[in-house]
Write a protein of this length. Structure first.
Length: 287
């Protein structure tokens, strides 16, 4: 059969995706083809024309049609790339975004500042487990516990841990924040990507974000209900010195500085912005 014109295939798919507001249509078309062919981007253009047949083209077009509804590509493919690794995702977990890699970097940096052996990490609201698993893979000496209120999310996290052979090296706990933990249990670092979107903002969210579980997104009138609980109870489970590190919404930093500043248990707090210069990660220290 004649070789497929890869550029033309991607260009036509990109045009369709862009027509419904997906600006990264060309990149997504490449991702889909790489996934179907099980090749990287370079191989896609070198070998793709000889590998794509009518059956694969039909699969590709089927995925494009589903993506045109603005259903997240990660859910369609059942996977997402995070920190250079491929993780499983489904509708029971929020799709990890690239900006969450800043949270992971912050945790790894904090771990290097601590003298504990091992450094104990609690990942609150682990979801698909990308932060807990990635920290363990990047620093095998970390003692990692991952908790989530959702049993379904923990199932996905365990599957991902098994993919990277760390299922037996991470403790998974079903818990609403700290409720299932022993009151005396302490950690050196508590990390979280909590819900932080205000209830009133939900309707204005992009369709892809709305596909995430609501419980992973919404946190009351100001979007601070869960974060305020984290700040209030985390010191009860932090060693001295220790860190509470969590993601925040774009407009929450000022109020959070005030909340943390009024809590004498915290000695310092700082803010990190992502590559788009948006407030992203809040770092609180107890001494």
């Amino acid at each position: 059969m004649p070789k497929v014109n890869i550029n033309s295939l991607i260009s036509k798919a990109a045009e369709k995706l862009q027509s419904v507001g997906i600006e990264t249509g060309a990149a997504e078309a490449e991702i889909i083809l790489c996934e179907l062919l099980e090749v990287d981007r370079l191989e896609l253009y070198l070998r793709g024309p000889s590998l794509i047949d009518d059956e694969l083209t039909a699969k590709f077009n089927g995925i494009i049609q589903k993506r045109l509804t603005r259903y997240p590509l990660q859910y369609i493919l059942g996977s997402v790339w995070f920190f250079g690794r491929k993780f499983l995702v489904d509708e029971s977990v929020m799709v990890p975004c690239p900006e969450t890699e800043l949270l992971l970097d912050s945790v790894l940096r904090a771990a290097r500042q601590l003298a504990s052996d091992p450094v104990r990490l609690l990942d609150v609201g682990t979801g698909s487990g990308v932060v807990a698993i990635s920290t363990k893979l990047e620093n095998e000496n970390l003692d990692v516990t991952a908790s989530d209120i959702s049993a379904q999310s923990l199932d996905v996290a365990r599957q991902n841990a098994a993919r990277f052979d760390v299922e037996d090296k991470i403790r998974f706990i079903e818990s609403d924040l700290f409720e299932a933990l022993d009151k005396s249990e302490k950690f050196d670092i508590i990390a979280s990507n909590p819900p932080y979107i205000a209830d009133g903002e939900y309707e204005s969210l992009p369709p892809e974000v709305k596909a995430d579980p609501k419980k992973s997104l919404l946190a009351g009138e100001k979007g601070l209900d869960v974060i305020e609980r984290l700040i209030r109870f985390a010191p009860d489970h932090l060693c001295s010195p220790g860190f509470l590190i969590f993601e925040i919404g774009y407009d929450q930093s000022q109020e959070l500085f005030e909340i943390v500043g009024s809590d004498s248990r915290y000695t310092d707090c700082s803010l990190l912005r992502d590559l788009n210069d948006i407030d992203r990660v809040f770092i609180c220290r107890v001494q």
